[in-house]
Design a protein around this ligand. Structure first.
Ligand code: AHR
Length: 524
């Protein structure tokens, strides 16, 4: 029997038999109802000092022949502005717990090492001011990850004083001498990174004692961030579905519930990569339908993971004051042959476009708790938006998904119910279709529709409640093969194209191509 799927804040996926191939999927969208706001910060990015993520990807230096503004490449800035990046997490990752900010400010930069990622020299030429300049150029907020593993509360507190105070302290004068008299805005503060692993292998109790100290003393002094727009503090949270991570979430949230006036958090981080098994062995290009379906099955585990940790958070924080911040997620494949394995270089295919859409939809359905997420990583590392090679730049299929989803930033969820149907390959069965709907600030209705099936189109019929449509059109992203990529040589294999729906009797009808991501808006 087919079960109705209701996706509003939550979705239950019920699969139908494989003969549902090429069947129609009927959606019901109730535009008269409003759910949670889809926080624009779920479209956040992550830029670690790792491989060519920061160096070459963002920073080429002012003397580079690659067109740049104060050392930051212009092509990358233009591409990122288009997708309206809300925030960037920096400088790591594991790197953050070995980062000492003083090495990256002032006229004299000293070289250090990057032991986590290939043991290469860290020139420290892309430091605090360069990062904040980059954010300014792309209009994004800062999400700084402070060093809890090998730093001290004093070091982190001084970094924030250096960045944010408007008072004429020695650190403020140093900031001014280094070119920025005005205090910077720091919207988000990450207190540690994977402290249960690369961040110091701490127990939850040990981490909590650190968290309270950092939360208390690492202050933001920016006058504009005192009453309104206060800096949000994000604690280290779970790294998967294992029992030890449930215990970690329990411990942090219980401490939060019993907190004293002297410390606070606003977010709990969740890290979850689509990897199937460690070490990452799936190829990022040159694969077939078996690997396509395995990876997508694995990525859909995000739903259970978020539900599990949200349920724990609900016990201690029923008002949902603390956001679940999925600040590392995405596909992690085997390094490209010939690349430095410590640089986490991989290609990005149509499979990754589908994977991105499925995850963004999961976050949107949990918008009441998931209010921020950061895909790993923005440029040249893991599931990147952008790949660069010296002066060349190419936009990935994942980039185009982020571009198509811009209208969902800060939009209000609208309930959608549908029967997903089923797509089967071998012993793997997945929901054939996925969808979300939301209204933007101007009241326009937007739909995202994913066809997971790599072989069969899906005929979609949308029944709209509370709205009389005149027309509906948008963009669709598909590709010749599941592993189609954009390369420096052939950059436009996977690019969005226009699509429009037929309007009949108040309903919308459109055909989704196999393995496609579609975003349309409805005119009334
Ligand atoms: O994104 C790569 C690494 O994955 C990050 O540095 C770390 O936090 C995680 O384990």
């Amino acid at each position: 029997m087919r079960a109705l799927l209701v996706c509003f804040a939550l979705i239950t996926v019920t699969l139908t038999a494989p003969f549902a191939a090429a069947q129609k999927v009927e959606l019901s969208v109730d535009a008269s109802k409003a759910g949670a706001k889809i926080d624009r910060n779920i479209f956040g990015q992550f830029a670690e000092h790792l491989g060519h993520g920061a160096y070459e990807g963002i920073w080429v230096g002012p003397g580079s022949p690659i067109p740049n503004t104060r050392g930051i490449r212009n092509d990358v800035v233009a591409a990122l502005k288009t997708i309206k990046v809300p925030n960037v997490r920096w400088p790591g990752g594991c790197f953050a717990d070995e980062y000492h900010w003083r090495k990256g400010v002032g006229p004299q930069r000293s070289e250090t090492l990057n032991p986590n990622w290939g043991g290469v020299i860290e020139p420290n030429t892309f430091g605090t001011h360069e990062f904040m300049d980059f954010l300014d150029q792309i209009n994004a907020e800062a999400y700084l990850s402070v060093n809890v593993g090998s730093g001290t509360p004093q070091e982190a507190a001084e970094w924030l004083e250096y960045l944010t105070t408007a008072q004429p302290t020695a650190l403020a004068k140093e900031r001014a001498a280094n070119g920025h008299p005005a205090p910077y805005r720091v919207a988000f503060l990450g207190i540690g990174n994977e402290s249960w692993d690369c961040g110091g292998n701490m127990t939850a109790d040990y981490y909590l004692s650190q968290l309270k100290i950092y939360s208390r003393f690492v202050r933001n002094f920016n006058p504009a961030q005192q009453d309104k727009q206060q800096m949000l503090k994000i604690a280290v949270g779970p790294g998967g579905g294992e029992p030890r991570f449930a215990e970690w979430t329990e411990a942090v949230m219980k401490a939060y519930q019993n907190r004293q006036w002297s410390w606070d958090i606003n977010g709990l981080s969740l890290h979850s990569y689509t990897v199937v098994r460690w070490p990452p062995a799936f190829k990022s290009v040159g694969f077939g339908e078996a690997e396509y379906s395995q990876i997508l099955k694995s990525t859909l585990e995000m739903e259970g993971l978020i539900s599990k940790h949200s349920a724990i958070m609900d016990k201690y924080d029923p008002q949902k004051q603390v956001a679940l911040v999925v600040d590392e997620w995405g596909a992690w494949y085997a390094p490209l042959p010939g690349s430095n394995p410590g640089f986490l270089v991989q290609q990005n295919s149509q499979r990754d476009a589908i994977l991105a859409a499925l995850n963004l939809n999961i976050f949107a359905r949990h918008a009441d708790r998931v209010r921020m997420a950061n895909i790993a990583q923005m440029i040249n590392v893991l599931q990147a938006m952008i790949l660069t090679d010296k002066e060349k730049m190419v936009l990935t299929p994942t980039y185009y998904v982020y571009k198509m989803y811009v209208p969902f930033q800060d939009a209000t969820s609208v309930p959608v119910s549908f029967n997903a149907g089923a797509y089967t390959h071998g012993d793997i069965t997945l929901p054939r279709a996925d969808a979300i709907a939301a209204k933007d600030k101007a009241g326009k209705l937007w739909l995202e529709l994913t066809n997971v099936d790599p072989n069969q189109p899906v005929d979609i019929e949308v029944n709209l409640i509370g709205i009389t449509p005149k027309s509906a059109a948008g963009e669709t992203l598909t590709a010749p093969k599941v592993d189609s990529v954009n390369s420096f040589e052939v950059p436009n294999t996977v690019v969005p194209k226009r699509i429009s729906a037929k309007v009949q009797g108040g309903k919308l009808a459109l055909k989704l191509e196999p393995k496609s991501v579609t975003v349309i808006s409805v005119e009334q």
